[in-house]
Design a protein around this ligand. Structure first.
Ligand SMILES: [Zn+2]
Ligand SMILES: [Zn+2]
Length: 227
């Protein structure tokens, strides 16, 4: 393509020309160890430990990579300026990594719901990278995609730079479920809440609580990376 000649793709980490995530940097990507979203300890496939289960809590979480190196740089790059080709490279990589590292039960029939940005932030940025990545990923997995099941109630400060307690407080009561949710609510429907990075999990946990209060039976968390 002509554009590739004028603006060649460069690796977001080592700047090598050819792709956004080069072969060499791919080798250094590290997978996050599956963990329980409640206690944070090791858990097979990220399924919440039996003893950690809560009525309104996550049923499990899948975080693909550790938030470092080329993955961190790619996610940050997308946050500030969404580049579709970089987004596609990352999603392809995410898809093959999940197939390699997680049991296939996670891949069965799900509805992916991206964590929404507050409307103020979306307007300011012009896009929600979580929504764009989530849509691409759901296409790879053959899942349904719903970007308006979960709505944001009010403006909150970004979670960046806050401690664990402050994050919980900042996000509490922040989401609401689209009044038309009954159209997709079924006894066996499984929701995958998608965000780019898992830090304390406060955002995903709050969103999960909001959905479960409306009767959604199974809610998983899913992020590209874990800090
Ligand atoms: Zn590189
Ligand atoms: Zn646990």
């Amino acid at each position: 393509m002509l554009l590739d000649l004028v603006f060649p793709k460069r690796c977001v980490s080592c700047k090598k020309i050819g792709s956004y995530i080069c072969k060499k940097c791919r080798k250094d990507i590290s997978f996050a160890e599956p963990f329980c979203p409640v206690c944070g300890k090791k858990a097979i496939d990220g399924v919440t430990h039996f003893g950690c289960k809560k009525k309104l809590g996550l049923d499990g979480v899948v975080c693909i990579w550790n938030y470092s190196g080329v993955i961190r740089k790619a996610i940050l790059a997308l946050k500030y300026k969404f580049t579709f080709d970089l987004g596609s490279e990352l999603c392809l990589l995410a898809h093959s990594s999940i197939k390699q590292n997680f049991s296939l039960s996670f891949l069965k029939d799900k509805i992916l719901v991206p964590i929404p940005l507050s409307s103020g932030r979306k307007k300011w940025r012009g896009f929600n990278q979580t929504e764009i990545l989530g849509k691409t990923l759901s296409e790879h997995f053959g899942w349904r995609f719903s970007s308006n099941l979960l709505l944001r109630k009010k403006f909150v400060r970004p979670q960046t730079g806050l401690g664990k307690k402050e994050r919980n407080k900042n996000i509490r009561g922040n989401f609401q479920v689209n009044p038309e949710y009954k159209k997709i609510l079924r006894k066996n429907v499984q929701i995958v809440l998608f965000d780019d990075v898992w830090t304390t999990g406060a955002t995903l946990k709050e969103a999960c609580k909001t959905l479960k209060r409306k009767g959604f039976p199974v809610v998983w968390g899913f992020t590209l990376a874990k800090t």
